[in-house]
Design a binder for this molecule. Structure first.
Ligand code: F6R
Length: 248
């Protein structure tokens, strides 16, 4: 794992967008797995702009949504579906067959998980995975205590996730379970970027990078990924001990 520190959210986002662009340019049929949330907003916007401006050949690329709130419908603006379609899938004008997201309204959520695992396998695995980090160290909805060898699964959400998750919704929303790509998929992915910005992430970023690997802080699994990169801005890096500082 490498850690890269950028001056601010804008330079961090431009670097993430460039990696997305390069990955698809080098491998047009790449499989890209994306988180939603506040952190990936600007990286996705910059990527869309660059891909459209430079006519990136994107019709063979497969996009996978990392996770979804169970029982939150896709038209709800706090859903992961809403974010991904509005920020990236619709502006890129992708074909439906290129997009795979969990249907968290489905009656059989285990079948949703099996379908997602089969899609990933059928397409030869994930080439690039871009994830955020929760205030409790979750990745996707891999909450504290999760098994590191899980594939896609349904999980009870942690109290912190339920509280912090309200920020995405216009009105108070009942959140209880999530459906998510598992950490075994993250370990199998050819490249993983964990991105974070802002001072509010500084404490969990310090734990993620400096503490022992433990499922109590799921993001510590990044330490064991041979092609994993933690990309953060200076504010999110502000609590790191000197030994862990790598400026770019
Ligand atoms: C969302 C997701 C979550 C977020 C994390 C950080 O799809 O997978 O794990 O990445 O909670 O969210 P933000 O970026 O809003 O701080």
């Amino acid at each position: 794992m490498q850690t890269k520190i950028y001056t601010n959210y804008e330079t961090l986002s431009a670097a993430v967008a460039q990696i997305m662009f390069d990955t698809i340019q080098q491998k047009p049929n790449a499989v890209i797995c994306l988180a939603s949330g506040h952190t990936p907003l600007l990286p996705c916007q910059l990527f869309v702009q660059k891909a459209n401006d430079e006519h990136l050949h994107i019709s063979e690329t497969t996009f996978i949504g990392l996770d979804e709130w169970v029982a939150v419908p896709p038209e709800n603006e706090g859903s992961c579906h809403y974010f991904l379609y509005n920020t990236i899938f619709n502006p890129l004008i992708l074909q439906a067959g290129q997009i795979h997201v969990f249907n968290s309204m489905a009656e059989d959520l285990n079948a949703e998980c099996e379908t997602m695992d089969a899609v990933i396998e059928h397409n030869g695995g994930i080439d690039l995975m871009i994830v955020g980090i929760g205030m409790n160290g979750h990745i996707g909805f891999n909450e504290p205590g999760v098994a590191f060898n899980n594939l896609s699964h349904v999980i009870e959400l942690d109290k912190t996730t339920i509280e912090v998750g309200q920020k995405y919704f216009p009105a108070a929303t009942t959140l209880s379970r999530g459906i998510t790509i598992g950490l075994q998929h993250l370990m199998n992915a050819k490249q993983v970027l964990l991105i974070a910005n802002g001072e509010k992430k500084a404490s969990i970023i310090k734990k993620t990078i400096e503490e022992e690997v433990s499922n109590q802080i799921p993001a510590t699994i990044m330490q064991t990924h041979s092609n994993g990169m933690i990309m953060i801005d200076a504010a999110a890096a502000s609590q790191l001990s000197k030994n862990y500082l790598y400026e770019v």
